[in-house]
Design a protein around this ligand. Sequence first.
Ligand code: ZN
Ligand code: ZN
Ligand code: FE
Length: 753
Amino acid sequence: MEKTYNIRITGLVQGVGFRPFIYRIATHHQLRGTVENRNDGVKILVQGKNRNVEDFLIKLKTESPPASFIQSLEVAKKDFKPFKDFRILKSKNLSQDITLVSPDIAVCSDCLKDMQTQPHRIDYPFINCTNCGPRFTIIRDLPYDRPQTTMNEFRMCQRCDNEYHDVGDRRFHAQPIACNYCGPEYSLYLEGKEITGLSKILAVMEVMLNNGKVIAIKGLGGFFLACDALNSEAVNRLRKIKIREGKPFAVMFRDIEAVRKYAFVDEYEVGKITSWQRPIVLLKTRSELVPGVSMGFPTTGAMLPYMPFHYLLFEKIGLEALVLTSGNLADEPIVIENEKALDIFLPGCDAVLTYNRAVHNRVDDSVTMLVNGKERPLRRSRGYVPAPVYLDMDVEGIVAVGAELVNCFCVGKGKQAILSQHIGDLKNLETYEFFLESFNRFKKLFRVEPKLIVCDMHPEYLSTKFALQTGLPVFTVQHHHAHIASCMAEHGLDTQVIGVSFDGIGLGDDGNIWGGEFLVCDLSDYQRVVHFDYHPMPGGDQATLNPWRMAVSYLYSIFGHDLHALNLPFMKDLDPGMLKIIVQMIEKNVNCPQTSSAGRLFDAVSALTGICTVSTFHAEAPMRLEAAINSQSDESYDFVYNKTISVTPMIRQIVNDLQRSLPASYIAIKFHNTIVNIIYEVVTGLKSMFNINKVVLSGGTFQNRYILEKIEKKLERSGFQLYLHEKVPCNDGGIALGQIAIAAKKLKTGVVP
Ligand code: ZN
Ligand code: ZN
Ligand code: FE
């Protein structure tokens, strides 16, 4: 008698076209049985020839839908009544434990074909199927059914309804299913008029974009501002509208050929940029679009079309690339409401393109890069959220609120850590409201009953204050320990490691500002074994905004107050009065917190070399210092270390190089090599002292491609086991994951909050 195979699958297998896929491959192999969504995943029963079942299992693992992710797959054989055919069963008992929500998925190639051939979907700009389309952005609640999404206002027409109920159709149970007769529609607003009808809209946009106009365009997770990326005037105008001085713009290219024309793309980068997640990928520029896009950086933030509309638009306008930047003002979150978009964008932009389906969950575009062939995420939003990070431990009911400047929080569900989308700087009121709203939504959506909340130990972070207000038991976690723990959690590590945590700012447990730290730690505890020497940060946050203050701080520690005698070029542009005040602040120790921050050291060198003395956006000075590197060299500067690292020899040598009028690019490369050497030497010393071979790198400094490339090769060549972030950002956007891991470990070992 034939055996029945009982297959249980967990992972991201719901709302991603998994059941229709199972149906297709089961019937293809003449198998009989059932597939159903269960609380904890998908359950499949199949009967048939052994060989066919084996082929079925191979296909199941190798050809599953792009956005799906199989976390575990168990097969058991049992006796069972015979089936007549293969069926998709109605979901039952979908209740508290259903946790997984698919991220939004870029339009698939089948739908792009249907857009040209299916009579009711010719040029339909919201075409989607079970393999693609909006997910997280439109979900209000679970289970993932149409009435629980912002598609609930649209009644399916008969044709869509038939497809929706046809198990053989690619749109079987595609919740956002729609067509030209029943789905959402675009409207273009300009000069007090509303234009409807896609062909009219595209015709108007074609003329506008080809004539340098700026249009606010509603995307999947909010509004974006768009203009021709090869039109300097348009780009500069867009820059004024956004009040964005120095930060590069992301660009959407027509297709991969257009990307190749303007940027270098290796095979890994092609894989990522064309993936269903369609993030912005930072690429090395081959040919600059216009200066206003890249703002002096040798990189291009490139992405490909991800909504059906983007394809239709590029086909019509004939342009190769559009600037597509988040539609927000200054530090506010991106706008999602149509009314608000019209209010705030119409005065500045030439037109606003909206559609009549609401964005429920706001998400920015995600940003990522590939270093030595591996993904190193920088901002996790569209296409990534809310896919969980799978852990080796139970984190149920633990919630972590992250840091403050680059906030992202995290909720624990079973063994899954579900990180929120990029929230932003909580000091901005609208962003803080976005944080509160998203936090409550995540609790509800994922059925999380918080029993414990985790925050940074910085008492002034708004996230910390929020955590303390909740009345829940609280764990506070040191910032740099959380960075390292975040990377450890990603890799399922829970042994002693050498943690190198370099970033801008994080409060240390001696009350000083840390950021250049070598820890020996596990998830429970850490020991700060080596760090950079402390230096005053004149004016606290003001020093972050004005990197020249850090340059002065470092110089003062060596040369005292008579800095003019050094005759350094960067000081010529400084207001002499301000310079005097800063020197006095350092001398009298007024409002000068002490810092060991690596980020501030990058700031100091960036200013010293005249590359960036005043910062117009977060981390500009270190980014410009890296961008200044334009050749190869292994030269470096000197440093000394014991318990602490002194870069005094390096600063002296840099001053020397400047006095000899050596180019800033040369100093930049030597400085970067020095940082690589510092990491290498300290880590090697710690290895022999503690007999630990595992090294974890985390913190915002490791967004630096040059340093990552070099240190990764150097440490691995020397036999270290190196761990870097692959799933969450190394910047503060990943810190909530570390907070949750540390809290779970503490609970497990009996520590009470
Ligand atoms: Zn599709
Ligand atoms: Zn329809
Ligand atoms: Fe940090």
